[in-house]
Design a protein around this ligand. Structure first.
Ligand SMILES: Cc1ncc(COP(=O)(O)O)c(C=O)c1O
Length: 377
């Protein structure tokens, strides 16, 4: 099997982390964080913030606001719950991170209805419609939560169809989407799909250091926040909105991370968003073809495999620790299965700064570990 080699950018070091976050950060982006600090109530910072905001809106394909928090994606899940849910929320759980969202809702004291969907399968619009119709019999449902790309299993759920189903059943129910491990690796047109809130973290396909999270928030979701109590302070959308209008944040922003964000957004638009999405889909396809050619089974439900992380059944019983020790000598690392799939799966992330030549190098090393004749690109 040969691998496509498509123009790796100049001065890009080889990818080391094939784990689904954190991912490698380009050295120029890392270096951007070392610029001297500036006051956050300055014109210079506000210009930096406004520029990032405009680029993030373009990347989320939204005309609405994008909030930027100095906190990880789990915190943005909490912000979403605190602001958008006064009464009941239905959480669809098909993996570890959709379960996290349910746990966050419970932790915030909300009445959370959990709907389990088998791991390694996608949440479908029909399942959502069925659960929502049943729940509506007992009273209003403020929101549903769903994970677009379940990082624990490498499954993508059809959130556009899900949002359509929710909207046609009950326009009052908000659609809250976690796109932590898919955002910027695939097209997520938030407004066109009718997502009320779509959140992500910095350390996945965006290829930034951990520590920032972002959420596109619709006017409907913002209007809900105006009616909900117990929004807290740090996560309060009303407060964030007031400061966003002045291109800043209520608390001290993560200025160094924002500098890295600004440069990385420029790099993303220089590559071109469609080219970037196509690269991620191509890498996922290459990984799946490689696995199948080697007699390994893919674990994601057919038709719903993730563009950013591929989960493969570890049918050869490789010790992932031993495999990673072998890969470490070549400065690479991949992931074991998650939760009940620990020891039974491999997760190969191909996102962010990962290019075709990087993936070819990883797969060749895995072949070498397996003792297969190596078929290099
Ligand atoms: C789909 C998904 N949601 C949420 C999270 C939590 O994000 P964070 O670690 O940025 O809090 C993760 C982390 O891996 C994730 O993959």
């Amino acid at each position: 099997m040969t691998f496509p080699i498509v123009g790796t950018p100049a001065n890009k070091p080889p990818q080391r982390l094939f784990i689904p976050g954190p991912t490698d950060v380009h050295p120029d982006v890392l270096a951007a964080q070392t610029a001297p600090l500036i006051g956050h109530r300055s014109d210079e910072f506000e210009a930096l913030y406004a520029k990032c905001e405009e680029q993030l809106q373009r990347l989320f394909f939204t005309d609405s606001r994008v909030y930027i928090l100095a906190a990880t994606g789990s915190a943005m899940q909490e912000a979403a719950i605190r602001n958008c849910v006064g009464g009941r929320v239905i959480s669809f759980v098909n993996g570890a991170f959709s379960q996290r969202w349910y746990d966050v809702a419970v932790g915030c004291g909300k009445e959370a209805v959990r709907v389990d969907v088998p791991w390694c399968t996608a949440v479908k619009a029909e399942q959502v419609a069925e659960a929502l119709s049943a729940a509506l019999v007992d009273g209003p449902v403020d929101a549903i939560t769903v994970v677009h790309n379940e990082t624990s299993t490498g499954v993508t759920s059809p959130v556009a169809e899900i949002a359509g189903a929710v909207r046609s059943l009950n326009p009052e129910t908000l659609v809250l989407v976690d796109a932590v491990s898919s955002f910027s690796g695939t097209r997520i047109p938030v407004d066109e799909w009718g997502l009320d809130l779509c959140l992500t973290s910095s350390q996945k396909a965006l290829a930034l250091p951990p520590g920032l999270s972002f959420a596109a928030v619709s006017d409907r979701a913002f209007a809900r926040a105006q009616t909900v109590t117990g929004r807290g302070w740090y996560f309060d959308f009303l407060l964030l909105e007031r400061y966003l209008k002045r291109s800043t944040t209520p608390a001290t922003p993560a200025i160094s991370l924002m500098r890295a964000l600004s440069l990385q957004l420029d790099r993303i638009f220089a590559e071109g968003t469609e080219a970037r999405f196509a690269r991620h889909h191509r890498l996922a396809e290459t990984t799946r073809r490689w696995a199948e050619a080697r007699g390994l089974s893919l674990m994601a439900e057919e038709g719903y495999a993730s563009p950013t992380v591929t989960t493969i059944a570890n049918s050869f019983g490789w010790g992932v620790e031993a495999l990673n020790a072998f890969l470490a000598q070549r400065e690479m690392e991949l992931s074991d299965g998650y939760g009940e799939y620990k020891g039974k799966a491999l997760r190969i992330a191909h996102m962010g700064e990962c290019w075709d030549a990087d993936l070819a190098r990883l797969l060749a090393a895995v072949e070498e570990f397996a003792g297969w004749p190596t078929r290099r690109a």
